[in-house]
Design a binder for this molecule. Sequence first.
Ligand code: TXA
Ligand code: MG
Length: 329
Amino acid sequence: MVTEILSGSAAVARGAKIIKNGGLVAFPTETVYGLGGNALRADTIEQIYAAKGRPSDNPLIVHVADIKDIAPLVSEISDLHIAVAKAFMPGPITLLFNKSDTVPDAVTAGLKTVAIRIPAHPIARELIALSGVPIAAPSANRSTHISPTTAKHVYDDLNGRIPMIIDGGSCAVGIESTVLDLSGAIPTILRPGAITADMLVSVIGSVKTHEGEVIQVAKAPGMKYKHYAPQIPMVISSDINKIIAEYDNQRNSGLNPVIIAGGEQILALTNKNYINLGANIEEVCTNIYAALHDAETNYDYILCFDYGEDGLAASVMNRVIKAAGGKRL
Ligand code: TXA
Ligand code: MG
């Protein structure tokens, strides 16, 4: 199969046609690129799992264009759902609902809940609206690979496996949506993202972070898999001097290492290979996956700066720590 990369409104119209016919299209969202197909067709869902090489017990997010499109997919909508949806949708957040019979079991991997998101990206919303169906879309990468934030990232990973990629440039947010479970006594973040715990607390009073209890991990089946993993070794540290010392070690042992950092840390890196993540944590978030793609393409050992656990940094480090398999200097 030849994979085309197209842009503009003709591309979106063509993509919608493919989705109407039961096929797959990769498309941009504000978080990462998604690999979309008609969420109401079990045969299409099978194609998504096959193209990604994704374990079939890891459920997909269903994307809709508007809040009013949620009702047919769910069996109930609580006041908490409404409050969070009003505050943050469209945007980088995914909410769990009890599913209605309209949603095939293949989408939810047999779970009684369905994850729903309204992307803010205009291309994503137009694609959903033109398709006329809810779109199931995991990130458009092969299972365990890094999520894509450009059309080229998608192409490099899925070339030959899907017919078309809609190119909408770089994703502004840069990491996947916050996944929020509202079913318990305290709403629980299953996957941290750009809608942070602090932002949610301001709307719903209390929320359990992803670092709370083990049960949260089990509730988002996808979180138990090794994720976002570059194909080369990676370590992290909050001490730039340790990073430099380890860089020199690796260099002396014949490897071609790279340091991923940003802001003032860069000043210490003269004569080293480095990838600049930007001046503030929002830029770091936008650029982190592109940096990991760049690093695994052009180098063979990654040393990444640790941004700590405050607000958005916690969401970024959630991905970075996974990519490094938890390895710290
Ligand atoms: O930003 C995003 O959310 C992107 C874009 C394309 O929208 N999508 C994305 O999908 O990241 P994916 O499939 O790569 O990650 C979905 C995560 C997985 O960890 C999965 O286990 C979890 O959401 N999930 C989906 N449905 C669930 C459910 N019913 N209950 C618990 N977790 C669920
Ligand atoms: Mg993913």
